[in-house]
Design a protein. Structure first.
Length: 376
């Protein structure tokens, strides 16, 4: 094991990375709070500023994937589709099977210049998670309780507010509503059978309300829907902890573009279109499992240096005073100060671990275990 590889496995290094992310995130959240005064003066300027502030935070996670672990992301698509990336407002549909599927999506948004302006339909519980939910709040992310009767007006209002967004945005939808597990899949297929819908092997039954509402509200703003099917070579099941330990993965993403005018305006027909799409996604997963590749040309968009430079900036700004302070504490010889400092380190470690836990499948929500049995 080389020295760099050894460093990537050390807890103290992980703690320092976590420290930089957390403290820089809190600073960014404070600056975002201050930018609220811009909203009534110049809403579009407020949005552009917050896109760049969000980029400064999210790009640190992308840096871990691209530069720290060296994970490779390959696109399977066609040249005409790839040429549209980063040049139009789109809705993204991504399968929700892996702990780092969102991070692979963010990597693609970063490489095509739309990471800061990317959006998602997120569960409301995330709004109260420091850094993640707080940053999303200032980015006008649409939050929902995943109970359509309560969410309808809030979701429609949030989507319509994005109609005049000044920067190209990729609006991510996890139409399955929750991460894939065997238990959720079994229950979901029972629902599919009861509704007379074709069963899926690799996906949960898509929930159509969020999709049809997004298409209706963003029609005229969004140009297309990108369907993205993600898999990892070697049947790997990567985790954010694995990325933090420097494990390298190879992600393959099949991307298909559907112009919005090809999607029916009628809600029921649009829902049927989505069900058909998921049958096609299932077939793509089956092909990948058998052949090890998706159909289409292979593209490897080059990684950009900005994620690394951004992290190095924050590390320089934040770690220098930390080391100076830590040295001063231990040099003082005061047991009370030393214990307080170690307690702070322990609290920081706990906080970082809790943030990582948000991405872990086994610690995910139980949504879907019973909710699939209820009508949309």
């Amino acid at each position: 094991m080389g020295f760099i590889a050894f460093l990537k496995t050390q807890f103290i290094v992980h703690l320092l990375i976590g420290f930089v992310f957390v403290v820089s995130g809190l600073i960014i959240n404070f600056i975002q709070l201050c930018t609220l005064v811009l909203w009534p003066i110049n809403k579009q300027f407020y949005r552009r500023v917050n896109c760049r502030l969000a980029y400064s935070l999210w790009s640190q996670l992308v840096m871990l994937l691209e530069w720290w672990s060296g994970t490779e992301c390959t696109l399977f698509s066609d040249e005409a589709t790839v040429k549209t990336f980063g040049k139009e407002h789109v809705i993204i549909i991504l399968n929700h099977n892996f702990e780092i599927d969102f991070l692979c999506g963010w990597t693609m948004t970063e490489r095509f210049g739309v990471l800061g302006s990317s959006k998602v339909l997120a569960k409301r519980e995330l709004l109260y998670v420091p850094l993640i939910g707080w940053t999303w709040y200032f980015l006008e992310i649409v939050f929902c309780k995943r109970k359509w009767e309560e969410d309808r007006d809030t979701v429609i209002e949030g989507l319509k507010r994005l109609a005049d967004y000044p920067e190209y945005m990729w609006f991510l939808l996890y139409c399955e509503g929750t991460r894939f597990t065997e238990t959720k899949h079994r229950i979901s297929m029972e629902v599919a059978e009861s509704k007379g819908l074709p069963k899926l092997k690799y996906h949960l039954l898509p929930r159509t309300k969020g999709f049809t509402t997004a298409v209706q509200c963003l029609r005229g703003t969004v140009s297309a829907v990108y369907d993205v099917t993600l898999n990892f070579r070697g049947n790997k099941n990567p985790s954010l902890l694995g990325i933090l330990y420097g494990k390298k993965y190879e992600a393959d993403m099949c991307v298909r573009r559907f112009p919005l005018e090809d999607i029916p305006q009628d809600e029921k027909e649009a829902a049927n279109w989505l069900h058909k799409l998921y049958q096609e996604k299932d077939a793509l997963q089956e092909m990948y499992n058998q052949e090890g590749v998706f159909p289409g040309q292979q593209f490897k968009p080059p990684r950009r240096p900005w994620t690394l430079l951004n992290f190095l900036f924050w590390a320089t700004v934040l770690l220098s005073p930390l080391f100076t302070f830590g040295f001063g504490v231990f040099a003082s010889g005061s047991p009370l100060l030393i214990l307080a400092f170690l307690g702070l380190v322990g609290a920081a470690s706990f906080g970082v671990r809790r943030l990582i836990g948000v991405t872990e499948i086994e610690k995910g929500s139980s949504y879907g275990n019973q909710e699939f049995k209820k009508k949309e």
